[in-house]
Structure formats: C-alpha cells, structure tokens
Write a new protein. Structure first.
Length: 372
C-alpha cells in the first residue's frame, strides 16, 4: 500500500506543483499590471528554483525582465533576459507585441549556437566524365557506354556559425560509389560484350561555406565547398562474352554460339587508380525545425577534379596470372548524392560585444519625429 501511495504521489505531485506555479505566475502578472513591482521577484523565486518547465520559465523570466526594466535595475534585467534565452534559445521579441525597452534590451543578446553537429546518410549515383577514350583494338564497330549504378554514403560533421545566416562546415564522409562500363565488339564481332562494374570506397573530408534562412519551421539553405577524397578500396566485376558465328553447311545461315563466357569477380583495381583526389561541390536542402533541433533533406553534386586512372598502371590488371580484356578510359568521377540528416545545435545564450540596436534607435527617432 505504501508503494502504491508513493507511486501515485510521484505522478500527481509534479502536476500539482506546476499548477501552483502557474497560479503564482498569474498572480505576479496581476501585480505587474497593478504597478506593484517590488513584490514580484520574491513571488516567483520559489517556483523558479523548482519548476523546470521551459515554457513556464520563459514567461516568468520575461515578466521579471520587464519588472526590472521598470525598476531601473539594468543588471537584473539583463540576467533575467539571459535566463529567457536559456529557457528558449530561439525566443525573439516582437516590436508589435513587446514593450520597446524589452525589444531594445533583446538586441544586446544572442543565443545563436556557435557550433552545430550533424549526421546524415543516403543514396548516390556516380557520373563518369571521359577525358580520353582508350580502346584496345580500335575496331570500327566497337561501342562503349557508361551506366549509372547506386551507391551510398554516411557522414558526420560540425558547423561553426558566424551568425544566424552564415556558417563554415567540416565533416568526414564514408562513401561507396559505383559505375558500369559496357564495351560491345571488343573481340572483332559485333555481339562480343565486356561488362565492367566498378565499386569504389572513399573517405572524404569536405569543407563548405553555408547560407541558411534564420526563421520559420521550414528553412532553406545552400552551400559550396571542396572535398579531399581518399580511395580506400576499388573492386571490380567483369563479365566477358565472346560470341562467334558459325555458318551452317546445309542452309548457309549463320548459327550463333558462345565460344567463351566467363564472369570474374572481386578484381583489385586500386593499383590502377589515383588514391588521392578532390572535388568541388554545390548543394542545398530544406531543414525542418523539430523542437530545438532540425531534420533535413540534402542534395549535393560533386565535380571530380583529377583523372581517377593511374595512367602509368593502366595495363597492370592481371587475373590468374594473365591480363584480361579491359582497359580504363581516362575519366573523372562526379557524384550526385541525396541524404537525410539530423542537426543538433549547441545553443549558447550570451551578451553581444556589439549590440544590434542602431536600426531600432533610428526607427524610434523616426516615430518620435512623426509624433511631434
């Protein structure tokens, strides 16, 4: 029975405490409206010490801030407003709603996070940009085609926020990319086919400058930057089909048969690749505000800068001690990536070294001139 009573009290007591604090806040507001200012801090203090509800604390400290402004206690007013921002780092005063002295005071403070951490993951496709087409035999009917294949990436990083709009970002990304290269007619017959599927594994360090909207539930952003890319591994699968035609002695018609058809898996191509590379990238997306954090969708296009092929090792690929019939073109590798991510800002309410009050002062002066 005692355990049940303790359990019920544990559930009910916080609600009773919040209701009591709400009643005290209403009474303090009535005292403020009646002009009885000196009693308000003592009325609220007991609940401030024990009530952790952020919405209640925001309203209570706003009332204290206005009280101290009228009592001409600027130090206490500043401390109270700082506590407003600790309760709600994204609180913004409104000139049409709040007293002008409160708006003026608010321009001396900011809660913009100095650092924000983010993580993201999603799919990608790689686009091959051929620099130099290299062929083995050079037959007139040889045809080549590059095809898209899916990859994926996962990334973590941090943003240094210069202000509400501009930030600099650094991160680390693990990325798996892939492409398919199909060559037709490589052995002298139009139906001879070599399918080469390449898989790369990268570690990247991207740097970017970002511009973001500073308000609203949905916020757009865009950025540009450079990434240092390090090739961790490169494995390829090759499917070779050598199809010859044999003429029938009875009908004179050509009968097709396969003289050689062999898949080769997991060929190490890293030795044929430039292991360090770089990319310029552009991107943007949409952030959705979730409490004090953000969910976002990101779209990024990266432009590969260097030739991915190590030219001096172009013909070094060997399988079972023998070279196989595939040679890389010289190419750059672009990438289009879509990611879904989460941002956690580290808010830090603080007083600005240089207050943002000039525009507000000019507006007050204009209103005073208009009134006179």
């Amino acid at each position: 029975m005692l355990i049940v009573l303790v359990f019920v009290c544990a559930i009910v007591w916080p609600g009773m405490s919040q209701d009591e604090c709400e009643l005290i806040l209403v009474q303090a507001s009535d005292e403020f409206n009646a002009g009885h200012l000196s009693a308000i801090p003592a009325m609220l203090q007991r609940c401030i010490d024990k009530n952790e509800n952020s919405e209640w604390r925001q309203r209570a400290f706003l009332l204290l801030t206005e009280t101290y402004l009228l009592l001409e206690d600027p130090i206490a007013a500043e401390q109270s407003y700082l506590n407003v921002l600790w309760a709600n780092p994204e609180f913004v005063t409104d000139e049409s709603r709040d007293p002008i002295d409160l708006v003026y005071l608010s321009r001396k403070f900011t809660a913009t996070p100095i650092f924000s951490f983010h993580g993201e993951a999603g799919p990608n496709v790689s686009i091959v940009r051929v620099i130099n087409d290299v062929q083995i035999g050079g037959e007139a009917y040889t045809k080549e085609k590059y095809s898209l294949r899916p990859g994926w990436q996962v990334s973590v990083g941090t943003d240094f926020n210069y202000n509400d709009y501009l930030s600099a970002s650094i991160g680390i990304t693990y990325q798996q990319t892939s492409f398919k290269h199909t060559t037709t007619g490589i052995f002298g017959a139009e139906k001879d086919i070599v399918e080469f599927i390449d898989h790369q594994h990268w570690a990247s360090v991207p740097f970017a400058v970002k511009y973001s909207q500073a308000s609203g539930k949905l916020r757009r952003y865009g950025y540009a930057g450079y990434a240092f890319n390090f090739l961790l591994g490169d494995n390829a699968d090759v499917d070779i089909s050598n199809r010859d035609d044999k003429e029938s002695s009875e009908t004179g018609e050509a009968l097709e048969y396969t003289s050689f058809d062999k898949p080769i898996s997991n060929i190490n191509m890293k030795q044929n690749r430039a292991e360090t590379n770089g990319a310029l990238f552009l991107g943007g997306g949409l952030k959705y505000k979730y409490r004090l954090d953000y969910l976002y969708v990101d779209l990024r296009y990266s432009f590969g800068i260097k030739n991915l092929v190590a030219i001096e090792k172009r013909f070094d690929s060997v399988v079972d001690g023998l070279p196989f019939p595939y040679v890389d073109d010289d190419f750059r590798l672009d990438n289009l990536a879509v990611s879904i991510g989460y941002i956690h800002p580290l808010y830090k309410p603080r007083k600005l070294k240089k207050a943002r009050t000039k525009s507000l002062l000019r507006k007050i002066e204009k209103e005073d001139h208009a009134a006179n």
